[in-house]
Design a protein around this ligand. Structure first.
Ligand code: FES
Length: 286
């Protein structure tokens, strides 16, 4: 569980390559790991972006938005994670679906990459639509492009591609032709909800990849529950992929906000800790 390499790929977005022979050997597209950066802290679910069986490593990409992901971002090569469990979740079924549209938003683009690679390998014709607030946040676009037959980019501020949101090119594409075997979407929950609503109009199958709060990652705590087709499902064992028409996105969004206050308190504590360490280091230098 040693960190082999670390790269800052955009503002607050970090890539870690981690030594993990067993997970690298078994991981399939769509699966994730649950990790702990330190003994005290949350367990964070993160998609396996790449698994290199020869080098016995896995790659994860995360956004430093909360206490644990910021802590994770302080790790350096040769540091060790406190714990790492995986591969978890059901792999995404990979086959030739014919023409496929894949949509990724923000850090969700990292989760899209292994899928695009696998779908291309299965013979699909792939149109990718990537979106982000700014150009910098449309990550891994060259890598996704490598496996795409066509690509569209949208940014909120128009700094790259067209100014707007991913549903703009999606609507145009579906207006031109509805001959698509699958739409796959991963990104912020409001984006997945909007994309599912558009595909519903055109009666095209949509799969969304959910990323709710998780604890054990093995179906025991109930923390990751979502309502799908009126039934309670556990994302960690029943997902993370679900039929986008069936997911209760409003409930999921409400659940995502439950720990906002706790998160703010934890972040204050971490900021103090980091500032104290920095002042100790300054004193040592002095
Ligand atoms: S994370 Fe505990 S049941 Fe899914």
């Amino acid at each position: 569980m040693k960190v082999i390499a670390k790269e800052r790929i955009a503002e607050n977005l970090t890539k870690l390559v981690i030594e993990s022979p067993l997970i690298a050997k078994k991981a399939l597209p769509g699966q994730f790991v649950v990790l702990m950066a330190a003994k005290v802290g949350e367990r964070v679910p993160l998609t396996i972006v790449d698994a290199d069986r020869q080098k016995q490593t896995i790659t994860i990409i995360f956004q430093e938005v909360g206490y644990t992901t910021r802590l994770l971002g302080t790790l350096k090569p040769n540091d060790s994670l406190y714990s790492l469990v995986g591969p978890l979740g059901k792999p995404t079924p990979i086959k030739n679906y014919g023409r496929v549209i894949v949509l990724g938003g923000g850090v969700g683009i990292a989760e899209l990459l292994p899928l695009v690679r696998a779908l291309k390998g299965a013979g699909c014709t792939i149109t990718s639509i990537l979106g982000g607030r700014t150009a910098e946040l449309v990550i891994l676009r060259d890598q996704v492009k490598e496996f795409s037959d066509d690509m569209y980019i949208t940014t909120d501020d128009g700094s790259l591609g067209e100014k707007g949101v991913v549903t703009d090119p999606l609507k145009r594409l579906l207006d031109e032709s509805s001959d698509y075997g699958l739409v796959f979407c991963v990104g912020p929950v409001p984006m997945m909800k909007a994309v599912s609503e558009v595909t519903r109009l055109f009666k095209i199958k949509i799969v969304v990849c959910l990323n709710p709060i998780m604890v054990d990652g093995t179906g025991m705590c109930g923390c990751c529950r979502v309502t799908v087709g009126g039934e309670t499902k556990f994302t960690c064992v029943d997902g993370p992929d679900f039929d986008g028409y069936e997911v209760d996105f409003d409930e999921l969004m409400a659940r995502q906000k439950r720990f906002v206050q706790h998160e703010k308190q934890a972040m204050c504590k971490l900021d103090k800790q980091i500032n104290n360490e920095a002042s100790w280091e300054r004193n040592d230098d002095g």
